[in-house]
Every structure is written in structure tokens, then in C-alpha cells.
Design a binder for this molecule. Structure first.
Ligand code: RUQ
Ligand code: CUA
Length: 680
């Protein structure tokens, strides 16, 4: 015990020395006011360090991540997937503070998303399979920032929905969802990626299915009738919208086309997709057949799909497509015979395929093989030119000779999944089974003399069972290095029990030095954060703090025809049953604040927040009618509802906006129709 205390005191003293030393160096370097040197708060810090039993590494991590109050210290933003919460979560790095949760596929009353606002409901409707079957949630896996020359441009964020085969576009001026698009012919989109200049947002199916969806075919005819697809959603970078009429897709064999990455720089024009279940297993556990997992792990190799999308685009323009389910589709046969689609063998059951920042190498790993296989783009091109194929797949797709295209086979550890990159020539691979991050060197000139290329450099334990990892800019042509997030699948005992559903756990890792170090841990109460994109905070400096003019519609990003200014408020009875209301909000009143309607009326309410002050958002919650609107300064929102029951239904502002917020209220008075008109 005594010894332990001595050791701790020793550590504490070292830590204090580091803290003071660091600040002295900093103050002298920056020529700060001598007040900073008052950081010779030695004894107090020493006390805290002792009391909290912090070791020097922990003290350093605390200092590196502590955000100064009111200062914008976060150097990066992580756009984290909310998984089946259906949201995107924005986290500042290195503080790991949650800044925002952007509503995408699921209801969010705070943001007034799918709680009555017509704009959000119309956006969501575009993503339904069938117009009469609302989808109230989504499974959002991979938020991806739009690209210019393969680098994050900070303009848009897009993300597919694994659960429903759709995608969403978020505008990073007001950080709101603008569009949800149902991918034709797919029931499930998993992989998603931008092409290097955001010409297309590309999604790949997870589950193959008969096409178009809604078609029934017996599962016994899986190989003949079920198909996967990869869809090139044409993106209008000025309008910030997908144009379905300019989009097209390629029909693929019924393998699970799991994840995708676009070629960049030298490999621009190409697309890579990993796939699993080349066995075409269908399960059937109660029908005497092997379970999916067994059936789908029989083959020693699966396929990375190599897609020449520039070539495919030419064929589409030349009209070599068929219209399937409302989109131009390049059939599998055409793709296989006209030089669009090729396969490369990869160790079985891979999860992910990642292209190095220079575009020269493609990395893929089979979960059951402790190596990352590195393919060379140059060798792929050479093999294609020489027609160096081992055979054709049963669907006629040429399979490139493995040895001809493989560059390296890097041993990293157990259960390798995803790989991202830094700015110093290193790759980082998540190891699901080892619960670790492997750092390994890429080829090319080494920054550290004497260091071998393509070699494991360090393995860092994380907690526990890491899925994705993301480095700053780590999937783009411009990695920033510095930080990496480990997105873990389990948290087991890392955090106090809060019931049997445990927090999801993220860990921030410092990758700036020779050795990776864990800096911070964020238990997050939503799930499941699959993946993220991390970009410099400076890219988003242009984010709007209010809407550019009063009466603005975030959906169209234009002035709303129903937006009004103070003095234009009115209630218009358009016909026997329709009442249209033009309302304003300003601290701390609604105008009008009394709305007289009759049972059976249909109310159309346009609410404009006329505020110009930053953060002066108002809400509107209407009792009993399942409505909550959130209206930002300058915004106009519309809600429509039927008044079915007589009574008195107050409404109130849901944002605590001023000292008189509690008084920011109104009344909807619904007279019974029978009394008034003598009719039922
Ligand atoms: S998933 S843990 Cu990207 Cu949907 Cu890999
Ligand atoms: Cu507006 Cu409270």
C-alpha cells in the first residue's frame, strides 16, 4: 500500500513537472502574458492528480482534450453515424463533446423533424418503398462528406440507409436534411461513397432481391432471379440534390455487395466493392439447410468487384441500358462483356475495401484471415490489358489472376475489417477479434529511415471489438493525420451499468506521434455509431447562424411563398372546411395567439419566426395533435392537420427563449360543429 502511494506520488510529481514544463515552453514560445505562468498552480494540480490517482499519460490526455470554456478549441468535427437511431451525430475533436445530432431518417421533436412539419414529411415520403407505408426510422451507417478532387469540400454530407435502401443529403450550410431518395430496385443500401468530384453518390446493395422490389420470386431460384446493384445517383453540386432522371445503376450478381470505395487520383474513374456470400447461401435453418453464416463461409475466397464506372457511364449514354423500376440499368451481361465489371479474389468474408490516399493501392481483408491484402491499381490495369484472367465467374464476369494483381499481404492481427490512412504513410486497420488497432507502413519512401514498408508497426488495444475506425480525412485524397476514432461494438464493463442496454463506446486515439495513444473515451447514449468522417472544423466556418432572410424555406433553400413579416398575420377561411393561418413568432409572442376553428376543419398553419438574432429559435407544440415545430430565426414552416374533436387546445413555444417564454402561448378553440351549424 505504502509502496503504491509512493509510486503514485512519484507519478504525480512527474506529471506536474510535465504540465508546468509544457506550459512554460508554450508561454515562452508564444510570448504569452506572464499570467499563464501562474500555471505554476503546482500544489493545487498536484493535489488533484494525487486525489484522482492520475498517471502522467492520463494527465497529458486530459490536457490535450480539455476545451477552454467558450473557446473554439476543437480542431476537427467528426460526423458520426447514429446507426439505427437514424441520425448523424457531430462530435468535436479532441474534446469529444457532442455538438449536434442531425435528424435524418427518424423523428426528432427538438428539431421539429417528422413531428408535423410538412417540409420534413415531404422529404421523408420520397424515401418510402410504397407511398402508403411510412418508414419512421432508418439505419444510417456511413456519413460521407462531399468531395472536390477527392478531398472533403465541407459542402454536403450524404448517407445511405441499410434498412430501407435509400440515401439522404444534408446541406452543411444549415446542417439539415434536404433530400431522401429511394434507390430504385433495392431493398437495402449498405456501402456508399462519393466519386472524386461528387459527380455521383454511389450506393451498393446489401441484400440481393428480385427486381424491382415488390416482385416475388421463390428463394430456390436465388441464383437466377435475385440480383444486387450498384447505383450511381447523379448529384447536382450547385442545387445540392440527387437527380434520379440522370442516375443509373449496374446489375450485379446476387452476392452481398457490402462496402464500396471510389478510386481517386490515378484510379479516378474506378470503383471497388467488396462482396461476401459468393456461395449464394440462402439459409433455411428450419428447412434442413445450413444457417446463412455457415453457408456463406464455405468458399476460401470471395470477390472484390472492380468497376470501370467511366466506361459504364459511356455505355449508359450510348443507351445500352434497360429501364428497370424507373431507372436506367446496365445489365450484368453487358457489364461483364463490355469491360465494366471484373472480380479479384479476396480472402473469405471480407468487410470493406479501402483505397490509399494516392489512389495507387486497394486494401481488403477477409475477417477470417489475419492479413490485409493490398492490390496494386497499376497491376490491375496491366492484367486487364493483358487479359490475365483465371476464369469467368458463373455470371460471365472475368476474374483477374490473384497473383498478377496482388502487391502485398500484410500480417496485422485477428479479424481485420476496415483500413484508413494518415498523412505520414501509415495505414490503420481495425481488428475485430483482437480488439485492437493495427498501424502498419505503406509502401513508398519511408519518412523514418530504416523502417520497412508494408509492415506492422504497432498494435493498440481498444475496448472492445472495434468495428470501423476513422482517421481525420482518412478515406479521402487528403488525410490530416493527428486523430483517429475507434468505433467499438461492445462496451462491456467500461462504464457503470445503466441497465442491460449498454452505452456505445468510442475512443479517441492520438496518431500524431510514433506510437498511438488513447486520449479519450465517449460513451454515447445512441446507437449504433458505425462509422464517421472527420474533417477540419475550419471547413465549416461558413455555417449559417440564422436564415438569410425572413420567410425562408430550408427545404427549397429559397423564400417560402407563405413566409410573412410582422403586420401580415391573418387567418383566412378559404372554404367551408379549410382555414389557412399566417402566423409570426418573436420573443415572446405568437401572432395570432387565438385561433377560432370548428370541428371538422382542416387547418393549414404557416409559421414564420421573424427573429434575426442568433439562437432565437422558437417552437410550437400543439396539445393533443401530435405537433411540434421548431422554427429557426428567419425560417417558415407549415403544418396541416384536421381538427376532429371539439375542445380547447393550447399551444406553447418549446424553446426556453426569453424571460417571458412561459407566456409565449396561444389557444386553439374548437367549437363543436353540430351546435353551430345544426349538422353532424
Ligand atoms: S459496417 S463494422 Cu460499415 Cu455498416 Cu463495418
Ligand atoms: Cu419562444 Cu419560448
Amino acid at each position: 500500500m505504502e509502496k503504491r502511494r509512493l509510486v503514485q506520488t512519484g507519478f504525480a510529481l512527474i506529471a506536474v513537472a510535465i504540465v508546468i514544463g509544457a506550459f512554460i515552453i508554450r508561454s515562452s514560445r508564444r510570448g504569452d502574458e506572464p499570467s499563464t505562468a501562474a500555471l505554476a498552480l503546482g500544489p493545487q494540480a498536484d493535489g488533484v492528480i494525487k486525489e484522482r490517482q492520475l498517471n502522467p499519460e492520463e494527465v497529458e490526455a486530459a490536457l490535450r482534450t480539455y476545451p477552454r470554456p467558450g473557446k473554439y478549441d476543437d480542431e476537427f468535427f467528426a460526423f458520426l453515424s447514429g446507426g439505427h437511431a437514424g441520425t448523424v451525430v457531430v462530435v468535436g475533436l479532441p474534446s469529444m463533446r457532442i455538438l449536434k445530432q442531425i435528424a435524418v431518417y427518424s423523428q426528432d421533436a427538438w428539431q421539429g423533424w417528422l413531428t408535423g412539419s410538412k417540409e420534413s414529411e415531404e422529404i421523408a415520403k420520397e424515401g418510402y418503398f410504397y407511398k402508403d407505408m411510412p418508414l419512421d426510422w432508418g439505419d444510417l451507417h456511413h456519413p460521407k462528406l462531399s468531395l472536390t478532387n477527392g478531398e472533403y469540400d465541407g459542402k454536403y454530407l450524404a448517407c445511405a440507409d441499410k434498412a430501407a435502401g435509400r440515401l439522404a443529403i444534408i446541406d452543411l450550410r444549415d446542417w439539415k436534411t434536404k433530400q431522401i431518395v429511394k434507390t430504385p430496385n433495392t431493398v437495402s443500401d449498405h456501402g456508399n461513397y462519393w466519386t472524386p468530384n461528387s459527380e455521383y453518390f454511389v450506393t451498393s446493395t446489401f441484400f440481393p432481391a428480385p427486381q424491382p422490389y415488390g416482385t416475388f420470386e421463390p428463394i430456390e431460384q436465388y441464383a437466377e432471379k435475385y440480383r444486387g446493384t450498384i447505383t450511381f445517383h447523379a448529384f447536382d453540386t450547385n442545387a445540392g440534390r440527387i437527380r434520379l432522371e440522370d442516375s443509373w445503376q449496374i446489375e450485379l450478381p446476387p452476392y452481398f455487395q457490402d462496402l464500396i470505395s471510389a478510386g481517386k487520383k490515378v484510379s479516378t474513374g474506378w470503383m471497388f466493392t467488396n462482396s461476401l456470400n459468393t456461395e449464394m447461401a440462402t439459409g433455411g435453418t428450419l428447412e434442413g439447410k445450413p444457417a446463412m453464416e455457415t453457408g456463406a463461409s464455405k468458399n476460401e475466397m470471395d470477390f472484390v468487384h472492380v468497376i470501370n464506372w467511366k466506361k459504364a457511364e459511356e455505355l449508359v449514354k450510348a443507351g445500352k441500358t434497360e429501364n428497370v423500376g424507373g431507372i436506367r440499368q446496365l445489365k450484368l451481361k453487358t457489364a461483364a462483356s463490355e469491360g465494366v465489371l471484373f472480380f479479384i479474389p479476396v480472402s473469405k468474408s471480407p468487410h470493406g475495401v479501402d483505397v490509399t490516399p494516392d489512389g495507387k493501392y486497394i486494401c481488403a481483408a477477409g475477417k477470417l484471415d489475419p492479413h490485409v491484402t493490398v492490390y496494386s491499381f497499376e497491376k490491375i490495369q496491366k492484367a486487364l490489358a493483358e487479359k490475365n484472367f483465371e476464369s469467368n465467374d458463373r455470371f460471365g464476369v472475368p476474374i483477374l489472376k490473384y497473383d498478377a494483381v496482388r502487391e502485398e499481404y500484410v500480417e496485422v492481427g485477428l479479424g481485420p475489417l476496415h483500413t484508413e490512412f494518415d498523412d505520414k504513410g501509415y495505414a490503420y486497420t481495425s481488428l475485430f477479434l483482437d480488439s485492437a488497432v493495427a498501424k502498419w507502413s505503406l509502401g513508398g519512401p519511408r519518412q523514418k529511415p530504416g523502417e520497412e514498408p508494408w509492415k506492422l508497426q504497432q498494435k493498440l488495444s481498444v475496448h472492445y471489438n472495434i468495428g470501423h475506425l476513422t482517421a481525420a480525412g482518412g478515406d479521402s485524397a487528403k488525410p490530416y493525420g493527428k486523430y483517429l476514432l475507434s468505433l467499438n461494438k461492445w462496451s462491456v464493463d467500461r462504464h457503470p451499468a445503466v441497465g442491460p442496454l449498454h452505452p456505445q463506446n468510442l475512443q479517441l486515439i492520438d496518431i500524431s506521434g510514433d506510437k498511438m495513444k488513447i486520449l479519450y473515451e465517449l460513451p454515447i447514449g445512441i446507437g449504433e455509431p458505425h462509422a464517421s468522417n472527420i474533417a477540419p472544423a475550419s471547413l465549416f466556418k461558413g455555417a449559417w447562424t440564422t436564415y438569410p432572410e425572413v420567410g425562408f424555406d430550408p427545404r427549397t433553400m429559397k423564400k417560402d411563398p407563405y413566409g410573412i413579416n410582422i403586420g401580415q398575420e391573418r387567418v383566412v377561411r378559404e372554404d367551408e372546411h379549410t382555414v389557412r393561418v399566417f402566423m409570426t413568432q418573436v420573443r415572446s409572442q405568437f401572432r395570432p395567439d387565438i385561433l377560432r376553428v370548428r370541428q371538422g376543419d382542416h387547418v393549414i398553419l404557416h409559421v414564420t419566426n421573424v427573429e434575426r438574432a442568433r439562437d432565437a429559435t422558437h417552437g410550437l407544440a400543439l396539445h393533443g395533435h401530435n405537433v411540434n415545430l421548431s422554427i429557426d430565426p428567419g425560417q417558415t414552416t407549415t403544418v396541416e392537420f384536421d381538427v376532429k374533436h371539439p375542445g380547447v387546445y393550447p399551444w406553447y413555444c418549446t424553446e426556453f427563449c426569453s424571460a417571458l417564454h412561459m407566456e409565449m402561448t396561444g389557444w386553439m378553440l374548437v367549437e363543436p360543429r353540430d351546435e353551430r351549424s345544426g349538422r353532424k
